[in-house]
Design a protein around this ligand. Structure first.
Ligand code: GMT
Length: 381
């Protein structure tokens, strides 16, 4: 198949899923065309079977807000015609599904078919899509898509309830490449690699996000402060975003800044994750929680909140520990209980890896997308 993919190319779960999907599809022999305003950050630019098409957005004095969605629609239609695309797959409804709808109409007027699949990722429904200025057009574009997928049952139900979408929505969960996100099996090698981040007797807690308010990064620092009072430990935060500076100041004010490391945006998180003992994901909301899955595949259990689609990924007390939003004390004592009971931590590490392999590996989930594309092309989705 020749597949066009549009996503936000910046640091964020939907862009990561879209990019990893494109890479996996290309490895299966499909031709993949990314269409976006800049190259998705996990693409190297040298991936076989993948082409990247930049969307130029002109700015004129008259345009207070340059219309990216229109430039995107034009480019989608051009790329689809030039490269004879079979379908478009857009990640994150706003504005991508609206642009795809326009591109489909433009090509229909020229006698060409261009079906599109919209994948709902989370805040496109739970936050942005509920803004009155975006809701009607987002609902329309979702309803008119040739196929719609959501990353969890939670998000599907939310879309039906809050948007009144009546067309079918296929749940295709987030996935991880279990050969790339994998534990370091050799204990000596792992111990050696951990020395980059901590002393041998210290625990390593990790957080990975785009530091938006929804991630509650300040809770990460507060949880760590309590843990570090009881056991020797280091906190490693990967990513960047609006709440980073507040989190840095909080670490400073709590007197723990020497043990809190802000690494910023990193490309190869698969090399860092296996070094951690625990992942902290105290989010206000997660429609799935990709960071926790990537950690799980590396045998790192999460201390997380029981929100949105997280319970569909993490089996409480089996593959991680779940708490109410803002329960910093609970999450800190949960983290401590695992760090002080190595046998239980080891069981959880094993159980998490097994879950990642048996339910969320790219080798299982990507073919689900391909089957769905086939249904879309056959008009049966
Ligand atoms: O979490 C974010 O703010 C980024 C956002 C995105 O769309 O870029 O992530 C959402 O999509 C991820 C990939 O499908 C999910 O794993 C995240 O749970 C989801 N975030 C939220 O629902 C808050």
């Amino acid at each position: 198949m020749r597949i066009g993919i549009t996503c936000y190319p910046t640091y964020g779960g939907s862009g990561v899923v879209a990019t990893e999907l494109g890479i996996e599809l290309a490895a299966m022999g499909h031709e993949v065309h990314f269409i976006s305003y800049s190259q998705p950050f996990r693409l190297s630019g040298r991936d076989d079977g993948i082409l990247y098409h930049e969307v130029p957005v002109s700015s004129y004095p008259l345009f207070e807000f340059p219309p990216y969605d229109l430039a995107l629609a034009s480019r989608m239609a051009e790329v689809a015609e030039f490269y004879d695309l079979d379908l478009l797959h857009v990640h994150y409804a706003i504005p991508h599904s609206v642009s795809a709808l326009l591109a489909r109409q433009m090509l229909a007027a020229r006698g060409r078919r261009l079906p599109f699949v919209t994948t709902l990722h989370g805040t496109d429904i739970t936050l942005v899509g509920l803004d009155r200025s975006y809701l009607p057009i987002t609902r329309y574009a979702i309803q008119e898509s040739d196929g719609v997928t959501s990353i969890s049952d939670y998000l599907r139900e939310k879309t039906v309830q809050d948007f009144g979408v009546t067309r079918g929505i296929e749940v295709v969960p987030n996935f991880v490449n279990c050969d790339v996100y994998t534990p370091i099996r050799d204990d000596d090698k792992r111990a050696e690699a951990r020395k980059r981040l901590a002393a041998p007797d210290e625990a390593i807690l990790m957080h990975l996000s785009n530091f938006r308010p929804v991630k509650r990064v300040l809770d990460v620092v507060r949880i760590f402060a309590q843990v570090a009072r009881e056991v020797p430990a280091q906190l490693v935060l990967v990513g960047d975003g609006p709440d980073r500076s507040a989190a840095e100041w909080l670490a400073h004010d709590l007197g723990i800044q020497s043990r809190v490391h802000f690494l910023g945006k990193m490309e190869r998180v698969n090399e860092l994750l296996p070094l951690a003992d625990l992942m902290l994901m105290p989010s206000e909301l997660e429609s799935f929680g990709l960071a926790a899955l990537e950690a799980m595949a590396c045998k790192v259990p999460s201390i997380a909140t029981s929100v949105g689609g997280v319970p569909e990924l993490i089996d409480n007390r089996v593959t991680g520990l779940l708490y109410a939003v803002g329960d910093v004390d609970g999450m800190a004592s949960g983290a401590l209980s695992l760090l002080q009971d190595r046998a239980r931590l080891e069981e959880m590490r094993e159980a998490g890896r097994k879950t990642a392999q048996s339910q969320f590996c790219s080798s299982l989930v990507v073919p689900h997308y391909v089957r769905y594309y086939e249904q879309v092309l056959a008009g049966t989705a």
